[in-house]
Ligand binder design. Structure first.
Ligand code: UT7
Length: 336
């Protein structure tokens, strides 16, 4: 590309989020978990979460979120579909081609991104890169997870935290300086923490070593306390790196939307960044931790509640299994 060639920039055009209808309050949690509303609220900030009913899977939530965002943003021009999930309907194939077909999008580029709870930010970086490189002009990015199908029936630690949901955005090729421009990223990983958030069984390692894993190893496992510390540190550091990349100071930030991991994590990240609580948006008390879906779901809620406005400087930050982490900066668009 010559230096005179006009490079498109990624611009956020629309956002939508959905949760399945079944509300699970802290009182509704399984009795054998021997937990209670006071403990869950104090340790996580969560009051309710939504769990899918039997028969509903990630692909169904992804479809509903995609339809909701495309209702605000014409489907005709979508030329790529990216799905971020760590609870896919099947080990193979990826979810995005099926979703594109269910949406009637024809033979567009379609693939999945696997970065656990950082999946939306990695997906946003991937979609942005496709636009900047001229590979796509309008990308549908859907982040969807149904952790309720993956948690061990005996795991009250993770069980109280996770909810199901899906969020979606449309990114389009636009002009530098437009409201909605996605300006920059910081992405990182540390595989040394791979076994602190994991589903050990069900993959090629188990097939290569018959007998190594049993059925219980196909459930989600999280070393909550250790993960907590890493989440605070990495989201803080990554946020600062993303701000540095774009030349913003923390005091310039109007809104922070972080992966809704745990309310205590979010408040510690806000404190370490010296960003006041009123600028930190979220919906964890209502939906819990919805994995990759949590940032677009929180953004959709913020729009619905009129908490985020065109022209505001927005920081997104996430942390998840892998470990992976990532942050993005953007200027909020006029949104329907
Ligand atoms: O989304 C990707 C990243 N994920 C995260 O960032 C999640 C990070 N971790 C967490 O959110 C928290 O670690 C949890 C909410 C998962 C757990 O909270 P915690 O404060 O770290 O609890 P803990 O696992 O250290 O357990 C402390 C105590 C234990 O009792 P003892 O041994 O001190 O007597 C647990 O048995 O709390 C007990 N406990 C519970 N009690 C009532 C653990 N879970 C529960 C529960 N209800 N649900």
């Amino acid at each position: 590309m010559s230096e005179h060639t006009h490079r498109p920039v990624p611009v956020l055009e629309a956002v939508a989020g959905i949760v399945p209808p079944r509300v699970v309050s802290n009182e509704d949690l399984p009795a054998h978990w021997d937990t209670n509303d006071v403990w869950v609220r104090r340790r996580t900030g969560i009051g309710t979460r939504h769990w899918v009913d039997e028969g509903t899977s990630t692909g169904d939530l992804a479809l509903a979120a995609a339809e909701a965002v495309l209702a605000k943003s014409p489907a005709g021009d979508v030329d790529a579909v990216v799905v971020a999930t760590s609870t896919p309907d099947h080990p193979m194939p990826g979810m995005a081609p099926v979703l594109a077909t269910r949406l009637g999008l024809g033979g567009v580029a379609a693939f999945d991104v696997s970065a656990v709870c950082t999946g939306f930010v990695y997906g946003l970086a991937t979609a942005s890169g496709m636009i900047t490189a001229g590979i796509a002009r309008r990308v549908l990015l859907v982040a969807a997870d149904v952790y309720s199908t993956l948690i061990s029936p005996d795991d009250r630690g993770a069980g109280v935290v996770f909810g199901d949901g899906a969020g979606a955005v449309v990114l389009r090729a636009g002009e530098s300086g437009e409201a909605g421009e996605v300006l920059g990223f910081d992405l990182g990983s540390d595989g040394a923490g791979h076994d602190l958030i994991t589903v050990p069984g069900g993959g090629a390692r188990g097939r290569a070593e018959p007998g190594r894993y049993g059925p219980a190893d196909c459930h989600f496992r999280m070393s909550g306390r250790e993960v907590f510390q890493h989440a605070v540190t990495r989201m803080t550091e990554s946020s600062l790196a993303a701000l540095k990349n774009v030349g913003w100071t923390t005091s310039e930030i109007d809104r922070v939307v972080a992966h809704q991991a745990n309310a205590r994590i979010l408040s510690l990240v806000g404190q370490r960044l010296s960003i006041s609580d009123d600028k930190v948006l979220g919906n964890i008390s209502r939906v819990g931790n919805t994995g990759a879906a949590s940032i677009p779901l929180a953004l959709a809620d913020a729009v619905a509640r009129d908490e985020i406005h065109a022209g505001e400087k927005v920081l997104l930050t996430a942390f998840g299994g892998g470990f992976t982490w990532g942050s993005a900066t953007l200027v909020w668009p006029e949104i329907v």
